[in-house]
Design a protein around this ligand. Structure first.
Ligand code: 13P
Ligand code: SF4
Length: 299
């Protein structure tokens, strides 16, 4: 199957992009693997005609809006991030009515429609930097209340308002499980994603994006690391650090949507061109502005 994928990729001038949360065998065959920021940044720079996004739909949508001349294929059209829908237009409209200088900051884990209501997109890798540098004092951060709270803590000079959205996978990681791991491995460092709850981030030595966690784990002196994020990162962590031990909560954090991506499905979309993602022109124009603003501000 891997050989067939390789051959078809060349024939169709296609490139495979994968998030660190997809299965190891997908990361192994992907041309580029990264976190959400990397995957959005790289899309516009690739010369290929077709991009196959091994991840969830907001990733393909973002790739499609940033590279409108390319064909963007999703191996599984049902792979979606539940958090990407967790805010209503009414919540955004109400905040806009209340605060004249409001900036609506949306996590990239959001639908194109939610992006179109917003002023700028962010990822977990650049949210603090971007919010800090916005001229607005009042910020509505949507839809992730956990990343939003983390940003608010780092940027106390701003009034950051939140909604009730969250990642069900990261939010389910408990402080109790992290504490138990710390008790059995007292020398281990605790590295967690900002999508985790306040109780969990309070126990961390490092809080950062998926790539941030991988980089920190690879450069820190500790040989044992407690990881509070999705299990898919283990593949890259082990690859870069064969001498280190990685400990995950016993209730393993698994994003079932990311795991929907299989080699069979990649082969199928490459063969048939099915599951091409498209965003209606007017919506794409409006949503794209938040992504291009993110890329400008992140630089
Ligand atoms: P990052 O890729 O920004 O670390 O986000 C994690 C995530 O949950 C992606 O869906
Ligand atoms: Fe969404 Fe969480 Fe899955 Fe990321 S890990 S795609 S935020 S549900």
């Amino acid at each position: 199957m891997k050989e067939q994928i390789k051959k078809l990729k060349e024939e169709k001038d296609a490139i495979i992009l994968a998030h660190y949360y997809v299965e190891p065998e997908i990361q192994e065959i992907a041309d580029y693997v990264g976190d959400s920021f990397y995957l959005s940044k790289i899309a516009a720079t690739l010369p290929n005609k077709t991009l196959v996004y091994c991840g969830v739909s907001f990733m393909g949508e973002s790739g499609c809006m940033l590279s409108p001349d390319k064909k963007v294929l999703m191996p599984d059209a049902k792979a979606d991030c539940p958090m990407a829908h967790m805010v209503t237009k009414e919540e955004v409209d109400n905040a806009r009515k209340t605060y004249e200088d409001l900036a609506v900051v949306c996590y990239i884990n959001s639908t194109a429609e939610i992006k179109s209501w917003s002023d700028v997109s962010v990822t977990s890798a650049n949210a603090v930097k971007i919010v800090k540098n916005l001229p607005n004092k009042n910020i509505l951060f949507i839809p992730d209340k956990n990343l939003g709270r983390f940003v608010a803590e780092q940027v106390p000079e701003k009034n950051v308002m939140l909604v009730e959205g969250c990642c069900p996978i990261h939010h389910a990681i408990t402080a109790k499980e992290i504490r138990e791991l710390k008790t059995s491995h007292p020398d281990a460092a605790v590295l967690v994603h900002p999508e985790c709850s306040e109780e969990v981030t309070a126990l961390a030595d490092y809080i950062g994006s998926t790539t941030g966690i991988i980089q920190y784990a690879s450069s820190c002196k500790e040989k044992e690391l407690i990881i509070g994020t999705e299990i898919g990162v283990l593949y890259e962590l082990k690859k870069r650090n064969p001498d280190k031990t990685f400990l995950f909560p016993t209730t393993t954090p698994v994003c079932q949507d990311m795991k929907l991506i299989t080699l069979e499905k990649i082969l199928h979309v490459l063969k048939t061109g099915e599951n091409q993602i498209g965003v209606e022109t007017k919506l794409a124009d409006s949503a794209r502005k938040t992504l291009t603003r993110m890329l400008e501000l992140a630089n």
